[in-house]
Design a binder for this molecule. Sequence first.
Ligand SMILES: [Zn+2]
Ligand SMILES: [Zn+2]
Length: 253
Amino acid sequence: MKIEILGCSGGIGQGLKTTTFLIDETLLLDAGTGLELLTMERLLNIRDVVITHGHLDHIIGLPLMLATIFDQHRAPIDVYALPEVITALKEHIFNWTIWPDYTTLPEDNPIIRLHPVDVGDIMNIQDKAIEVIPATHPTPTAGYLIKDASHSFLFTGDSGLNEPLSALLNQHQPELLIIDVSFIDESTALAQLSGHLTPSLLALQLKSLEYNPRIAITHLKPGVEDHIMQQCHRLLPQQQVDRLLQGEVITLR
Ligand SMILES: [Zn+2]
Ligand SMILES: [Zn+2]
């Protein structure tokens, strides 16, 4: 499985794009500003889009992508998200005010089909099984456990301390964990208010882990990335903890 990191920042700025992961060229996990990096041909190759939640940094690329490929697209794109996120997309994005309603365009064969999914569901998409896992964030949010025949990884989505996560990790033992650590420890109050982890909360989250996955930190707030990673390394000296990097291509094999 090939995971291309098109965006993994908690903000924007020169060289920084928001959460956008492209898996095996055809499956998109969150649709942030990282979509800007794809050519037309690669945009056209995307068949399915899985969305963690409706916050703008995770969806803003989707309406823009649809407008870009509209004339040339080959088949409808299937979009999967929690029911509340599907409703939010319909009411607040594809409402003819913010953007055209691409769920009805073109009339005979609309370019997107929206599919609500619930926590606990396992979707069979392309050659993968994708389990919807819970997350803790101020708006309905999911994480996803993505498996193919031989490999798996788990992306937490945006989330603060997530009680069921440890058991899910121990049960499935994905080899890679992509986890949101947006803030430094000094900003713990803000992290808790906004539903993100700090390095100390990460250490707490991983305390009952019974195996050693590779851990990739995502959604770091611009300007404090190095500080976050220093605190992570100090608190978790035994774990393999790296910062997820934009442009990185992770091949699970
Ligand atoms: Zn969010
Ligand atoms: Zn976010």
